[in-house]
Design a protein around this ligand. Structure first.
Ligand SMILES: [Zn+2]
Ligand SMILES: [Zn+2]
Ligand SMILES: [Zn+2]
Length: 209
């Protein structure tokens, strides 16, 4: 396994990246292979039972998928192919340099065919649209909710079962979640647009539960 390469295609730019898998089997517990564009990374974690857990960028879903892998499984032709669970397209490979390079060439052509069959020209034409995802991560929404939460906190109008709320914010599927880092209680702002977030500004107290 020492000289084995791990390869994937970046979910943001479509570029192929090759990393060395060997290190993780010897000393490190975790390995991150990042695309040169910086927008996506493949993570490998060592599990207790000696297996590996992989988080792999998917060029078709623009998201990462999780895979579990045993280190010493018998492998046909020594190449492991990891398929996207939704499109069933191979998105990552483990094997020697020659075999993973070949797989990347094959799947690169496959990708171009898929893009063309959608009459598209680039990656974004086949990926889930920006409409939903972009809004969730709208920085204006975050700023508005953050402003409101800090304001309520400063005035003692943010309450929590633990009595000492330490609120933090994170993006969730629905919008933005405020959670207490002391006790885990939370409140979700169902806001995906600046306007939706602003409708919360009239809130004069907030109770995490
Ligand atoms: Zn990239
Ligand atoms: Zn996928
Ligand atoms: Zn709390």
């Amino acid at each position: 396994m020492a000289g084995e390469r791990i390869a994937f295609r970046c979910s943001a730019c479509g570029g192929a990246t090759l990393g060395l898998l060997g290190g993780i089997t010897r000393s490190a517990d975790m390995l991150r292979v990042r695309c040169t564009c910086g927008e996506s990374a493949l993570d490998v974690k060592k599990k207790g039972n000696g297996g590996l857990h992989l988080s792999v960028p998917c060029v078709y879903c623009r998201d990462n998928h999780g895979f579990s892998l045993s280190l010493d499984a018998e492998r046909e032709d020594n190449t492991v192919r990891l398929p996207c669970p939704f499109s069933n397209m191979d998105i990552a490979f483990i094997g020697n340099e020659e075999s993973v390079t070949k797989e990347l060439e094959r799947t690169g052509e496959e990708l171009m065919r898929v893009i063309r069959s959608f009459e598209g020209e680039e990656l974004s034409d086949i990926q889930p649209s920006d409409a939903d995802e972009g809004d969730v991560c709208d920085p204006a929404v975050y700023d508005t909710v953050n402003f409101l939460v800090r304001d309520l906190e400063a005035e003692g109008r943010l309450t929590c079962p633990c009595g000492e709320p330490k609120p933090e914010l994170r993006f969730s599927d629905e919008g933005i979640q405020v959670f207490c880092t002391s006790c885990g209680a939370s409140y979700t702002f169902y806001a995906k647009s600046g306007a939706m977030a602003e409708s919360y500004l009239s809130l004069d107290s907030l109770e995490l539960s």
